[in-house]
Design a protein around this ligand. Structure first.
Ligand code: DAH
Length: 338
């Protein structure tokens, strides 16, 4: 009996040593350690079966078991060292989850801008651009806003000199496009604009707009409504309704502002839409005859509509952000969420 048990212990030792030598990484070594030295190991099983033996026999088998355990611990440590050296000193634990590499991503404003542009491109608009440093003429005068016109107060302007300024809106690009193209003109004009306003959660000294212009023979207010309604359905969703409210801009007559049904509360009323169920998203109107003339287009022959929207405002609403400054601080905790 005694000899049999001793042989069994030696067999376990031999197979453990062979398995440890074959262990290819720390994880399998760890598993072998618990298999051969843990509470439920084969050695423990063997020791449980010696209860009936004499005290002397128990002592000699117990001593052998302890020697084997010590030996196995030593062999495991040796193998762990060997594995560590073979990985250049870096412990390799294949059970750990992998480290995901950080990848770059688009800024929420870029995403919003791209989505807005793609809706208009699908509707047949092309993209035009104009300068951010603009003349007073294009920013105001050509848009039917002469010096001292009260509408100039609607936009606080950064003047670089009495004649040169940072454009306050993308509308001046309308006149530049009219001067360089013949109707039919169907263009959107995205870009940065600047306002000398106090920075707050709702306004920032720079932001982005998308301007739109359509000039051809016989363009009517019905075309304007149809186009903007299609845009709203294409961007916000096919069931979202629009509402046109009369408004004033010097460069359009008549002028309107467009509201969309609040997509945050399904028009039921929430703090964002101030419980009205509607969100204002853009200004628009029929291009004023004076503006067509300044663009070199005969208002007797052609008519057109124009619109302009703030990209930040749409992005704030879309992503449920409550502070415009977050777009410009580039705090990775914020921008990496998109
Ligand atoms: N330029 C205006 C602004 O910044 C927005 C605007 C309103 C543009 C009506 C338009 C328009 O083209 O027709 O507030």
């Amino acid at each position: 009996m005694n000899q049999e048990i001793q042989n069994r212990l030696k067999e376990i030792q031999d197979s453990a040593i062979a398995a440890i030598a074959a262990a290819g990484d720390e994880h399998s070594l760890f598993q072998l350690k618990s298999k051969y030295l843990g509470k439920k190991s084969e050695i423990s099983d063997v020791l449980k079966s010696i209860a009936a033996l004499s005290v002397d026999e128990k002592r000699s088998i117990g001593g052998l078991a302890n020697t084997i355990k010590t030996e196995l611990e030593r062999v495991i440590d040796e193998r762990a060292d060997a594995l560590l050296n073979s990985t250049g000193g870096v412990a390799l634990n294949t059970a750990l989850p992998g480290i995901k590499p950080l990848t770059g991503h688009l800024h929420p404003l870029t995403l919003t801008m791209r989505e807005l542009k793609s809706v208009f491109i699908r509707m047949g608009f092309c993209i035009e651009e104009g300068p951010e440093v603009e003349t007073d003429y294009y920013n105001f005068e050509a848009l039917n806003t002469p010096p001292h016109h009260p509408a100039r107060d609607m936009q606080d302007t950064f003047y670089l000199s009495p004649e040169i300024l940072l454009r306050t809106h993308t509308s001046p690009v309308q006149v530049r496009v009219m001067k360089s193209q013949k109707p039919p003109i169907r263009a959107i004009m995205p870009g940065r604009v600047y306002r000398n306003e106090e920075v707050s959660a709702r306004s920032y000294c720079l932001f982005h707009q998308i301007e739109g212009l359509y000039v051809d023979k016989g363009v009517s207010f019905a075309d304007l409504k149809g186009t903007l309604d299609s845009f709203v359905k294409g961007y916000f969703g096919s069931s979202v309704k629009t509402k046109f409210r009369p408004s004033f801009f010097p460069f359009t007559e008549p002028s309107a502002e467009v509201d969309v049904q609040c997509f945050l509360c399904n028009a039921k009323g929430c703090p964002i839409c101030k419980h009205t169920g509607w969100l204002e998203i853009l200004g628009c109107g029929m291009v004023h005859p004076n503006v067509l003339r300044n663009g070199g287009i005969d208002p007797e022959e052609f008519s057109g509509f124009a619109f302009g929207m703030g990209v930040e405002r749409i992005a704030l609403l879309k992503y449920g952000i409550d502070d415009i400054r977050l777009f410009y601080e580039n705090d990775l905790r914020v921008v990496s969420q998109f």
